[in-house]
Design a protein around this ligand. Sequence first.
Ligand SMILES: Cc1ncc(COP(=O)(O)O)c(C=O)c1O
Length: 436
Amino acid sequence: MNDQSSIPNDLDSFWMPFTASRWFKDRPRMMTGAEGLYYTSMEGKKLIDGTGGLWCCNAGHNHPYIVAAIQKQAATLDFAHSFNQGHPIAFQAASRLVELAPGFDHVFLTNSGSESVDTALKIALAYHAARGEGQRRILVGRQKAYHGINFGGLSVGGIGLNKGQFGTLYPSVQHMRHTNLPQNAFTKGSPENGADLADDLAMICETQGAHTIAAVIVEPVSGAGGVFPPPVGYLQRLREICDANGILLIFDEVITGFGRMGTAFAYQHYGVRPDLFTVAKGMTNATVPMGGVFATSNVREAFLSGPANMPDLFHGYTYSGHPLASAACIATLDVYRDEGIFENVAKMAPLFQEMLHSLKGIEKVVDIRNAGLIGAVQLAQDGPVGAAGRAAYERLWDKGLVVRPIGDSFALSPPLTIDAATIEKIGELLRADLSA
Ligand SMILES: Cc1ncc(COP(=O)(O)O)c(C=O)c1O
């Protein structure tokens, strides 16, 4: 057995993801244990997990019911693939998933959010080709969007820094503008201004020819780009333009899925149904990697008219529907249902909102944004871009709270099991730190 509490003697072998490795090595911050709302660091310090892992540990850490389900599955059927054969637990997980998603009868299983996004984009392209509209090749994304790091998701993503090292990517991409308007600063929840920014899609239809556009993808609440809730009416307007022009609407619900808005999925919260939506993260409470793409019957049926001896979709992963991930998913959905986790979000979101907005007035706080149990505090720039966000992260870690720096802001996305006392404690820590 590895002793997970010991300090590693080699910090070079692991090429860390999205990490300034020299900065990390100056002062390595590592977790060695977790339970419920808390992490334990290598030094034995208890920290509030203000980020729910990375927007993913929705039911809190090390939930015993989920742990037991994974252990049992590992000892029953460790692995079987799903290419022209199957195993029951993947079908059981898929049935449970679609039960949660009114209007969606099918789910394609992947292993991550990035894979889900690339899968959804490929389904959109193939859907149009199957219907004789193969000229629809343009994919539309949005400025500041984060859709993971595979070629498709990176192409439609809207964060230039993430693309700079990699060249052309998918060639037929257009972007809409983001919705973070200065006049919306300090709005609680969805801002009133900005629905008309959805008309960028109408403009792209005009400049490119609507008949060449396959799909538009947006995060219902923009997350890793800085937390931007959708302006009131914005998602509805996108839906209308898609309907008028035969364009598929894809929601990337990798963060918002599985309860973060108080409903199973954000499309229910905002009352706008996409044609496809992507998930991952909270799907297994982040215990075993898993992602998925939900599809309406309309999309799925387009794939059933080809030769019966050929795959419906020439796409799939060795681990699509992995038995351990499927077991973790079913157990996670049990916990969400039996412990009223989504209902807890509906109760806690107003307290979370009030706590965050109580920081208004502190000199270095220049904006506060929130939706469901997602929030961000924007700090005044202090030195190079990103320095203020990173400094806040470092100070708050030392005070016992983990936040997620994003440029000069930091985001909070606590486990959905959070309670009033912990929200208050987070507020106290933030107030003391930011006013100092
Ligand atoms: C909206 C969104 N899509 C996709 C991804 C990529 O997910 P993963 O890191 O599991 O590949 C993320 C990750 O944070 C995300 O926030």
